[in-house]
Design a protein. Structure first.
Length: 269
C-alpha cells in the first residue's frame, strides 16, 4: 500500500504547490496526488542560503522527471546533493532514492537500511546547516523526523500531515509508539525548538503545537469510537471500519482498516 494517508475528509487537492518555504527549506512537490498522498509527495531540499551542499529528504516515487527536477533545483542554487535521507520506507517517499543516488553520487540514509542507518539524536550537516534526527515511530516502525533548528521546524514525513490525519500502518505501525511520538513532538513544541511542521504530504503547518494537539485529541476520540463499535457487536476490523468511517470516502477504507487493526490490538492489551 502507498504510504501516507488521511482517512479523514480533507481540503481539495491542488491548493499546495511547494516552493521555498523557509530560508533553509525548499519543497519540490511530486505530481502524484491522490487520496493516499494528498497533493503529492513533498520532497524537501535543505541547504543554507548561498550554501554549496544540500540534503534531500524523501525523493518520492521513482519518476525520472521528478528526481531530475530535484537535481536541477539544487544545481540552480549553486549547490550539490550530498545526502539523501528517508523519513520511512513507504514507496511514495523512498522509491526514487536509488535513481537520485545515481544522479548525484550521494549516499542514501534511513533507519534499518544497512551501515548508514540513522539513529535518534544523530546530527546531519551540510555546509554549516545542521539537521537532527528525531525518532518518531508509530506510523511505521522506521519513521523518523528531522529537526531543522535554524528555522524552528520539524520535517515529519507521514507522522504528521499537512491536512487530515495519518494512518498507523498495522502490523508494522503500532499505536502505542505513535502516541508516544506525538508526545515527543508536543514536548519539542513546548520548549520552543519546533514552531512549524514541514510534512511529507500537504501544506506546511505554521502552528505545530496546535496541530499536534489536534492529532492527540483525534486519536483519543477515534480510539473511543473503535471501543464503542466493538462493544456494540462489531466482530472484526471490517465491521469497525464500516461503523466508525461510514461518512468517509470508501477509497480510504483500506488505510482506515490498518489504523483500526492497530487500535484493536492496543485495546486488547
Amino acid at each position: 500500500m502507498s504510504a501516507a494517508v488521511a482517512p479523514e475528509p480533507s481540503a481539495p487537492f491542488g491548493q499546495w504547490t511547494g516552493g521555498q518555504i523557509t530560508p533553509h527549506a525548499h519543497c519540490i512537490l511530486q505530481g502524484n496526488p491522490g487520496p493516499m498522498t494528498l497533493d503529492g509527495t513533498n520532497t524537501w531540499v535543505l541547504l543554507s542560503p548561498g550554501g554549496t551542499e544540500a540534503i534531500v529528504i524523501d525523493p518520492g516515487e521513482d519518476e525520472a522527471a521528478h528526481q531530475q527536477r530535484v537535481v536541477d533545483h539544487v544545481t540552480a542554487l549553486g549547490a550539490r546533493v550530498t545526502r539523501i535521507v528517508l523519513t520511512h520506507g513507504h514507496h511514495d517517499h523512498s522509491e526514487g532514492a536509488p535513481r537520485l543516488a545515481r544522479l548525484t553520487s550521494a549516499p542514501v540514509q534511513a533507519v534499518g537500511r544497512g551501515h548508514d542507518d540513522l539513529a535518534d539524536g544523530d546530527v546531519l550537516t551540510a555546509a554549516g546547516l545542521e539537521v537532527r534526527v528525531v525518532a518518531t515511530p508509530g506510523h511505521t516502525s522506521d519513521s523518523i523526523s528531522f529537526a531543522l533548528a535554524a528555522d524552528h521546524a520539524l520535517l515529519t514525513g507521514d507522522t504528521v500531515l499537512g491536512r487530515g490525519t495519518t494512518m498507523v500502518a498495522h502490523p508494522d505501525g503500532e499505536l502505542s509508539a505513535y502516541l508516544d511520538s506525538l508526545e515527543r513532538i508536543k514536548a519539542l513544541t513546548g520548549d520552543g525548538e519546533v514552531a512549524s511542521i514541514l510534512p511529507g504530504h500537504g501544506p506546511t503547518v505554521p502552528d505545530a503545537a496546535a496541530m499536534v494537539d489536534f492529532y492527540r485529541v483525534h486519536r483519543r476520540e477515534r480510539l473511543e469510537q473503535v471501543r464503542a463499535a466493538m462493544a456494540d457487536g462489531a466482530v472484526d476490523a471490517d465491521a469497525v471500519v464500516a461503523s466508525v468511517y461510514a461518512d468517509v470516502d470508501r477509497s480510504v477504507w483500506p488505510a482506515a482498516k490498518l489504523s483500526v487493526l492497530a487500535q484493536m490490538r492496543f485495546l486488547e492489551r
